[in-house]
Ligand binder design. Structure first.
Ligand code: PGA
Length: 245
């Protein structure tokens, strides 16, 4: 089973979102080995819960707060996301880290909040181009994983490896580089966190498209993909779902 997660970011009205979700239902049903998750913006979560009822598509959110409730204007807590029907939440996306100053510590607390609410966090990490050029990729990933991942022994853990320079740029690392980073992460997390076998998935994200999805998903160390731009088109996202099979 591999994850195919669509991150809609700040896109879609209700009408657009409904059409997009409906365009994915048949592909998700056909894909016996894919766990399909869509992460619409917060305004659409309640409605999306309805659109996805009795389908094979799971619902996720794009962020959550560290606290379960309180005077935090504009924020949404993990229990609220659970209440809206979410089973997953993306935390620590590089756009949140970059534009909202989220640190590894905050990301870790958000992941803990999600787990406490019964939602699986998809914890994003990734190196910048500067890190990669300096040959620091694996060190940066280990550092981010160490500080962003909660100490969970008994829950499934989902990490999304998203090189910052690959997001929305049409550029991707080579398959060998993806495999390298994923194997290093899997080894690191298994060593540092007492996880049971098979309960850790590392997804790849960053310019995943129909034409590269099959090769990326075929890598044994890749537990799925986190897709931005191509998840906004039902035809493209369906092709990526089909690439799991
Ligand atoms: P992209 O975005 O697929 O548009 O590169 C991926 C992401 O930001 O999760």
């Amino acid at each position: 089973m591999k994850y195919v997660v669509g991150n809609w970011k700040m896109h879609s009205t209700a009408a657009e979102g409904k059409a997009l979700a409906e365009g994915l239902i048949a592909s998700a049903k056909k894909a016996a080995h894919a766990c399909v998750v869509i992460c619409p913006p917060a305004t659409l979560l309640m409605a999306a819960g309805d659109w996805l009822k009795s389908t094979e598509i799971q619902l996720g959110a794009q962020d959550c707060h560290t606290e379960s409730k309180g005077a935090f204007t504009g924020d949404i807590s993990a229990p609220m996301l659970k209440d809206a029907g979410c089973g997953y939440v993306i935390v620590g996306h590089s756009e949140r880290r970059q534009y909202h100053g989220e640190t590894n510590t905050m990301v870790c607390r958000k992941a803990e909040a999600a787990l406490a609410a019964g939602i699986l966090p998809i914890i994003c990490i990734g190196e910048t181009l500067e890190d990669r050029d300096a040959g620091r990729t694996n060190d940066v990933l280990a550092e981010q994983a160490e500080a962003s991942l909660p100490q969970v022994a008994n829950s499934e853990v989902i990490i999304a490896y998203e090189p910052v320079w690959a997001i929305g740029t049409g550029r991707t690392p080579s398959l060998a580089d993806i495999e390298d980073a994923h194997l290093a992460l899997l080894a690191f997390v298994k060593r540092e966190r007492k996880l049971e076998q098979g309960r850790l998935s590392v997804l790849y994200g960053g310019s995943v498209k129909p034409d590269n999805a099959k090769d990326i998903l075929a890598l044994p160390s890749v537990g799925g993909v986190l897709v931005g731009g191509a998840s906004l088109n039902a035809f493209d996202f369906s092709a990526i779902i089909a690439a799991v099979e």
